[in-house]
Design a protein around this ligand. Structure first.
Ligand SMILES: Nc1ncnc2c1ncn2[C@@H]1O[C@H](COP(=O)(O)OP(=O)(O)OP(=O)(O)O)[C@@H](O)[C@H]1O
Ligand SMILES: [Mg+2]
Length: 156
């Protein structure tokens, strides 16, 4: 039997700590990497994405692309930042071509990744965020394939 890959847990006590974790991911990320973020409203997904952007050398603001669904930022590698909150269903993601072949040339970060359903790439780093308000956030991290283990190691 294949055991599920082990989860690696972290705590981010404040937004700056969240960005610092993201920055480590951004520095370690390679073209084609996919980082899937899940967790309820306000869990810190965008804050983590901001850190990833900083680690990729993106200058300029990074906001939740809730209404545009996808925003692209120029860095050491391009950052493709998706927010699937408003997706009606995975079919819509496919129809919109949100995850197209350009993903191979950059780093893809997906907020509300579970809403992509089968359109979510199978090889990815998954981060489940929990916590709200002024409280610390927890991050449960798991790589689904060997290439994304690199990113787990960057967090360790
Ligand atoms: N580790 C943390 N500790 C405390 N507050 C945090 C932490 N991380 C983020 N926050 C704060 O929580 C608020 C919501 O964060 P953020 O916008 O990143 O959440 P989100 O998961 O992207 O939400 P949404 O689902 O609405 O896009 C922000 O004010 C942010 O600064
Ligand atoms: Mg967000």
């Amino acid at each position: 039997m294949n055991a599920a890959p082990p989860e690696f847990r972290l705590v981010a006590p404040d937004p700056a700590a969240m960005r610092a974790l993201g920055e480590r991911l951004g520095r370690a990320a390679a073209a084609g990497d996919v980082i899937a973020l899940t967790g309820p409203l306000g869990a810190g997904k965008t804050e983590l994405a901001r850190g990833i952007a900083r680690g990729l050398g993106v200058v300029g603001p990074v906001a939740s692309p809730t209404f545009v669904l996808l925003s692209e930022h120029e860095g050491r590698l391009p950052l493709f930042h998706l927010d699937c909150y408003r997706l009606a269903g995975p079919e819509e993601a496919l129809a919109a071509g949100l995850l197209d072949e350009r993903g191979a040339d950059g780093v893809t970060v997906v907020e509300w990744a579970e809403r992509l359903g089968p359109a979510l790439p199978t090889g990815r780093l998954e981060i489940r965020l929990a916590g709200s308000g002024d409280h610390a956030r927890t991050l449960a991290c798991r790589a689904t394939d060997p290439r994304h283990h690199r990113l787990l190691e960057a967090l360790a």
